[in-house]
Design a binder for this molecule. Sequence first.
Ligand code: KIV
Length: 287
Amino acid sequence: MSDSSTEQPAPYGSGPAAASAPPTRRVRTHHLREMKQRGEKFTMLTAYEQYAAQTFDEAGIDVLLVGDSASNNVYGNETSLPVTVDELIPLTRAVSRSARRALVVADLPFGSYQASPEQAYLTGVRFMKEAGAHAVKLEGGLPMVPQVRKLTEGGIPVMAHIGFTPQSEHALGGYRVQGRGAAADRVVEEAQALESAGAFAVVMEMVPGDVAGEVTKSVGIPTIGIGAGVDCDGQVLVWQDAFGLRTGRMAKFVKQYADVHGVLLEAAREYAADVKAQTFPGPEHTF
Ligand code: KIV
């Protein structure tokens, strides 16, 4: 029998949900709340495509966030501001198709929800219907309470995001810690108002550790920290930062667990050298 008549593995990937981990029970919003009640920490990472989503899901990461940070980590923009709903929907669809256990949260991008609760609801519906998201995330404190209420009353679970909110980078005067000194009470007040409006969790970004601890004690919903210390109920990082695909200056709150850039760089150089030296493809790669 010739080689060409023997069935080969799919040459360009095998489609979604091919991870090796056995299917487990889907993480739901109430599981995160129960983990908080048990004092058990949970994990969230960003994911924007199939293989990262499958890998993090297999690793037991509880929540995958299709962040608007895709703007800077997928689409090559300098900030999160330019990314659109139409750009984030296909990424969210890839992640929700690929994660069998994790709760998949889609970020609502800048300009897609701030105008009114109705605008927020219609955008949220797109992420749930077209992209298979399990929940949405939006940035902002007290002014976003009506949006959170509208979404949750309409059946869309909402993760809130307070402290430093990257979509307001220009309004906040750059990347600055929020909630220091007298502003601490405001962070507590915002988290409580968002909880009352129906948010199932709240991200706190670049908030002093003691303030984040105070917020965590003052609400029943789980808090998720990024640059907000160890007392939050869960932690989130952008994966390209945490695992070293992105190089350059990192925020103080990033711990780097791997050097994926270095691994890819070395592999690409080796491949190029092999092709030039005609040592790839070898006989074992040839039909
Ligand atoms: O878009 C994002 O990646 C985020 C995280 C930083 C929480 O909002």
